[in-house]
Design a protein around this ligand. Structure first.
Ligand SMILES: Nc1ncnc2c1ncn2[C@@H]1O[C@H](COP(=O)(O)OP(=O)(O)OP(=O)(O)O)[C@@H](O)[C@H]1O
Length: 379
């Protein structure tokens, strides 16, 4: 069996072919006018902080996600980046319904899925699948690869009649570049990259439209990361998938993403196309993140100005008033403490280094470009 051939035969089933036809070149994907498959608005997740052993009382809350809004368009990849603890994984869990939001809406094709339950929720969950970070711990060591990849069929038997499951699992293995003959092997018999391919095959089993990938290559060797990212890109083009791709590695996110959202302490501080964020960042936090990425070209490395942020990330249980970033920001003024900056396209901003006006939203009262040298595209 050949990967492309079986991929196409899989795609022909259940309308996947129609989605494939909708998928166009990467440059095209971030463009306006494409259908939003996911519309997230004002998403909030506060984890209660409690005290007491017998009688628990709430003494506060960890504001893991604190008002996040974005769209994910059909066939595109939206990368979400930010330091550890900024709320990326919590966004992933909310979108895949592994956590209930405190407030906000998540519309899948126009329908708010946060309000769904029972059969309606099950139907939606089929279309939004998750690929997890660590292929070493996310696969049950006592299950065969066939059982792992076919597990979603136990929950959604309508997706594959019992007699047809083995064939479907073998097709899925073939699609992700694994030998279908390995169906009876166990996870420990595979390398890290192969295990992540198994995780991806499981994510594809129900033919979802959206895949939420939470740090899918972070646990892998650098040499294997590119192979898995390239596989994900091929599968996206083949099956018209939309990706929410979460990572802290800015080079990998740049390679795969059409658009990028930068998060800090539970909020998106800047969002735009890959070029807007990496070549023309206007938020001080994005500029600081980019300035810390190693640049292999010595000439570029010399030209760039390293921005060293003062202090630690504040606790999400007690974030600063106004702009969450202000306590570490070299531009902060009184206004930043009292007025939360909206995530909006800056109206008048001074000191731009480029003639082109900025078109992408940035949550800073003093948004402006500066000479940041972006990391190269991985890969
Ligand atoms: N179930 C939970 N209960 C309490 N606090 C939580 C829970 N899950 C996450 N948090 C807290 O919410 C904040 C955001 O966590 P989250 O895992 O979403 O961040 P992240 O950006 O994905 O970081 P990392 O890359 O380290 O996973 C952190 O302060 C974390 O400790």
């Amino acid at each position: 069996m050949h990967a492309d051939r079986s991929g196409r035969s899989l795609a022909r089933e259940d309308g996947w072919e129609a989605r494939m036809l909708l998928t166009r070149s990467r440059a095209d994907k971030a463009g306006a006018g494409r259908e939003a498959v996911l519309e997230v608005r004002g998403l909030v997740k506060h984890f209660p902080l409690t005290q007491g052993i017998l009688v628990k009382r709430q003494v506060g809350a960890v504001k893991a996600v604190d008002g996040v809004s974005f769209d994910l368009h059909q066939g595109e990849t939206l990368g979400i980046v930010g330091e550890s603890g900024c709320g990326k994984s919590t966004v992933a869990k909310l979108v895949t319904h592994l956590e209930e939001p405190t407030a906000g809406t998540i519309r899948y094709k126009g329908e708010d899925i946060t309000k769904l339950s029972g059969r309606a929720l099950k139907a939606v969950r089929r279309n939004i699948q998750m690929v997890f970070q660590d292929p070493y711990t996310s696969l049950n060591p006592r299950m065969t690869v066939g059982d792992i990849v076919g597990e979603p069929f136990e929950i959604h038997p309508e997706a594959a009649p019992k007699g047809d499951r083995r064939r479907k699992v073998q097709e899925l293995l073939d699609v992700v570049g694994l030998d279908p003959a390995y169906v009876n092997r166990y996870p420990h018999q595979f390398s890290g990259g192969q295990r992540q391919r198994i995780g991806i095959a499981r994510g594809l089993a129900l033919r979802p439209e959206i895949i939420v990938a939470d740090e899918p290559v972070s646990a892998l060797d650098v040499s294997v990361q590119a192979q898995v990212v390239n596989l994900m890109e091929r599968l996206q083009d083949e099956f018209g998938l939309s990706y929410l791709f979460i990572a802290h590695d800015l080079s990998i996110v740049r390679h795969i993403s059409d658009r990028v959202a930068v998060m800090y302490l539970g909020r998106i501080v800047e969002i735009g196309t890959e070029t807007e964020i990496y070549e023309h960042p206007t938020h001080p936090y994005t500029q600081a993140l980019l300035s810390a990425v190693p640049v292999p070209d010595p000439e570029r490395a010399e030209r760039r100005e390293r921005i060293v942020l003062e202090g630690d990330v504040p606790s999400p249980a007690n974030p600063p008033s106004g702009c969450h970033f202000r306590t570490r920001c070299w531009k902060a003024q009184q206004r930043c403490a009292v007025e939360e900056p909206a995530l909006a396209v800056p109206e008048n901003f001074a000191g731009t280094l480029h003639d082109e006006p900025v078109h992408h939203p940035s949550a800073c009262h003093f948004a402006a470009e500066r000479a940041a040298v972006a990391p190269p595209v991985a890969g």
